[in-house]
Design a protein around this ligand. Structure first.
Ligand code: F0G
Length: 430
């Protein structure tokens, strides 16, 4: 392992996870320039005990402190952000309990962390507030990402807020309507690439290096720092009494990586006494990580991805190695669920009044599967993360409720009627 220390101006630095080379925290390279590995951000210890940190976060929460559920944790997210912060604000999302969802999944103590309540409707805003803050810190004029739709919506919004040009690469014809609409509305230059997400990601990496545009995909380690706060906030909402499981949908594995890093740090800093297990859930048609998990990660699999959950339609996850670390560190599991299981879970979540996009429902479908397989016990305390808002994918919703034949079990088709009381009575009598 080599370690060339570049002088830094702040208490944080970037370090390659593969070869250990260190870089300044203001280096803009998307990957390690020595070996091409993925970078991680390392902060100087905050110099406070777990108890002191918890008290600081609680005091900020009580006082409002700008209203961001990301920057409340700034000492362990990006202590050098200073006056550069670009915040909507974001985070402070609810932790919900719904009997109907719990009983369907088979876990009475199931809680739903609804990240769809973020300003652009997905958890990506937590990574993006930090990513765009970092872009401003290093003086970037333009930012770019490849996306299945949520990252691009978030990037477009935060770039607009910061007054930066945004370039997004999305797979043509494979992005849910709400997400594409957001990217256009917030003013990003939107490139529809004739290829899948994996092709978009390869293209944007080359483009950003050649054209000097700051890359804000989740390979960017500052995005990961922001997404850690989903975990910090869940733990804080539970009074720092860690649940048994954190369950989340997994595609490119940036979020799985962020969860692992957050739990490692929360434990090391004394914020929690016990580390919950991560369950990463993939769609069966896009499940290279689950396949590798079944072989104890001996092989890094890739596949041509196909699933209704377009957000996680990814065949070659970029954060694979980081994802493996997260699963190993937490004694976690990786599972996959079918599109039908995803749609049924979504219908239950939607029907409880909570609502989420298809990929998000994979987490609850995963809980049900893991309970059936006796991996999760029905007495466990489980938090399932809902990553995106119900309105992100109206196309999938309308297909499910009014187009599929035969109608699915939980379909709720609209009924067209004549404008008469008789007609209403007939419907009510059905
Ligand atoms: N859920 C939703 C709603 C997502 O949009 C994504 C990823 C994930 C789960 C999976 O997270 O990739 O970190 O494992 N969406 C990315 C995007 C790929 O471009 O919006 P992951």
């Amino acid at each position: 392992m080599t370690s060339t220390i570049t002088p830094t101006t702040s208490a944080s630095y970037q370090q390659c996870a593969s070869c250990g080379t260190r870089f300044s925290d203001t280096d803009a390279s998307p990957r390690c320039s020595a070996c091409g590995g993925l970078l991680a951000v390392v902060h100087a210890p905050p110099g406070m005990s777990g108890t002191e940190l918890r008290a600081l976060f609680a005091q900020r929460r009580a006082s409002g402190d700008g209203g961001s559920g990301v920057w409340r944790y700034r000492e362990i997210v990006l202590p050098g952000a200073g006056e550069h912060i670009v915040s909507h604000p974001e985070g402070n999302t609810p932790l919900l309990a719904r009997d109907r969802v719990s009983s369907w999944a088979g876990v009475p103590q199931l809680m739903l962390k609804h990240e769809g309540h973020n300003p652009t409707g997905s958890f990506k805003d937590r990574g993006m507030t930090v990513g765009v803050t970092q872009a401003r810190r290093i003086g970037a004029r333009a930012v770019a990402c490849a996306s299945t739709g949520n990252t691009s919506a978030s990037l477009a919004s935060y770039a607009a807020h910061a007054g930066m040009r945004a370039l997004v690469f999305v797979p043509a014809g494979q992005v849910a309507l709400g997400k594409l609409a957001q990217s256009l509305a917030y003013g990003a230059r939107t490139l529809m690439v004739r290829g899948d997400f994996d092709a978009c990601l390869a293209l944007v990496q080359e483009a950003s290096t050649r054209l000097g545009i700051y890359l804000l995909n989740s390979i960017n380690p500052f995005r990961i720092e922001g997404q850690k706060t989903i975990v910090f906030e869940i733990l804080e909402q539970l009074g720092w009494d860690a649940p048994d499981w954190l369950v989340l949908p997994a595609g490119n594995l940036g979020n799985t990586a962020a969860f692992g890093k957050a739990l490692r740090e929360a434990h090391e800093l004394g914020l929690i006494a016990r580390v919950p297990r991560i369950a990463a859930i993939q769609a069966q048609g896009a499940s290279p990580f689950a396949k590798s998990f079944r072989e104890q990660f001996a092989t890094r699999h890739t596949m041509k991805a196909e699933t209704i959950a377009t957000a996680i339609k990814i065949g070659d996850p970029a954060s694979f190695d980081r994802g493996v670390d997260a699963i190993r560190f937490t004694n976690g599991v990786v599972a996959s669920v079918t599109d039908d299981e995803i749609l049924d879970a979504k219908a239950i979540i939607d029907g409880s009044g909570v609502g989420c996009e298809p990929a998000s429902a994979a987490s609850v479908a995963g809980v049900r599967l893991l309970v059936r397989d006796a991996v999760i016990r029905s007495s466990d305390r489980v938090v399932a993360v809902l990553t995106g808002h119900v309105l992100k994918d109206p196309g999938a919703l309308l297909r499910y409720h009014q187009e599929l034949s035969p109608a699915p079990q939980y379909a709720n088709p609209p009924v067209e009627i004549d404008p008469t009381i008789d007609a209403i009575e007939r419907v009510l009598g059905d």
